[in-house]
Design a binder for this molecule. Structure first.
Ligand code: ADP
Ligand code: NA
Length: 324
């Protein structure tokens, strides 16, 4: 039997190349070897301010982008979190075995609390408990994620063990799986690429817009003039070259940047060409899919039906063991 795999993506903005290199690409590579469940996590997305009128579109867009990027709905389950309310039922139960102190240590909570000072709500605080429920309600063992989520999966493991020791063995230990690009930096060069910061390149962005962003992207900040030698090791865009450019191009840039033979503009043009080449098939597929929103909604409902069956079985077991 294949191991079950679970991972989620927020419908909170555009899916970016950080999501792709850090997570989605890895998901696509595992789709045949695991029993895969991918979730559009709308319950998570509502922990920060959002426009309710936009949410349905964001969910459908997230689904379409992920399918276009390779999540073939014939090979995996793709669904929307709120279509299976068992996630929140289990989250409440898991809240009762989660120490407050552990949640207070979560760096993502600290970051988001800083970013959303006027709306530090209890949902933002217990976000990792809902995430544990997302995984455990399907008894998933493999959780492919980016580095930002590792602390949450460690907590999910602790929660599963705490529950098991108190009420009997129900949940397996979920384990994180990191891609070879677990932390892609934003094009501002300051923090990780993220939907909530305007520092990303979307998977379905127009070529003009990608060039606009790349042309102003931060490189080695010590390289002030064209004639200054640069250091690719501290250049954010060199990391992207490693994912999108050929070995020959990477070697040339690594050499000629250090001697100022190649300038940042030329280097960015090479990266631009390669990113466009890699992203156009995804964008074209997305544009095709998004013309027929009903088909996407059907795929999501189909996925939810399968998940609901599995989640109901787990919840019956949980309630029985807990005397509920
Ligand atoms: P975001 O952080 O942009 O809101 P999500 O929370 O929807 O994105 O994350 C979806 C997946 O993408 C998660 O597995 C997350 O760890 C991964 N991910 C997000 N940002 C990055 C990044 N900059 N580099 C690598 N992986 C990332
Ligand atoms: Na994230």
């Amino acid at each position: 039997m294949k191991k079950r795999l679970f991972s989620g993506i927020q419908p909170s903005g555009e899916v970016h190349i950080g999501n792709y290199l850090g997570a989605i690409k890895n998901w696509v590579g595992m789709i045949d070897r695991y029993d895969c469940i991918f979730c559009i996590v709308d319950y998570h997305a509502i922990t920060v301010e959002y426009d309710p009128k936009e949410m349905q579109n964001r969910i459908i867009n997230a689904a379409a982008v992920n399918i276009a990027a390779g999540l073939d709905p014939n090979k995996c389950i793709l669904f929307v979190q709120s279509h299976v309310p068992e996630h929140t039922e289990l989250a409440w139960i898991l809240n009762t075995v989660t120490p407050m102190g552990h949640l207070e240590r979560m760096t993502q909570f600290k970051d988001k609390a800083k970013q959303h000072r006027d709306n530090i709500n209890a949902g933002l605080f217990t976000y990792p408990v809902l995430q544990a429920a997302d995984i455990l309600v399907y008894k998933a063992e493999a959780v492919p994620i980016g580095e930002d989520q590792v602390q949450h999966i460690e907590l999910a493991r602790e929660i599963a063990r705490k529950f098991n020791s108190r009420y009997g063995e129900i949940f397996p230990d979920p384990k994180e799986i990191l891609s070879d690009a677990p932390r892609i930096m934003g094009i501002d060069g300051k923090t990780k690429m993220s939907k909530s910061r305007d520092n990303y390149i979307s998977l379905v962005e127009s070529s003009e817009s990608i060039w606009k962003k790349l042309s102003t992207a931060v490189t080695d900040e010590n390289r002030k003039r064209r004639t200054d030698p640069g250091n690719p090791e501290i250049c954010n865009l060199f990391t992207l070259h490693k994912h999108y450019s050929s070995i020959e191009q990477i070697e040339r840039i690594n050499r000629e940047c250090r001697t100022a033979e190649i300038g940042c503009v030329e280097c960015k043009k090479i990266l631009y060409e390669n990113i466009i080449k890699a992203l156009s098939p995804i964008r074209e597929k997305y544009e095709e899919l998004i013309k027929d929103k009903h088909s996407i909604i059907d795929i999501l409902h189909e996925g939810a039906k399968k998940c609901k069956n599995m989640a109901e079985i787990t919840m019956a077991e949980v309630r029985r063991q807990m005397g509920l």
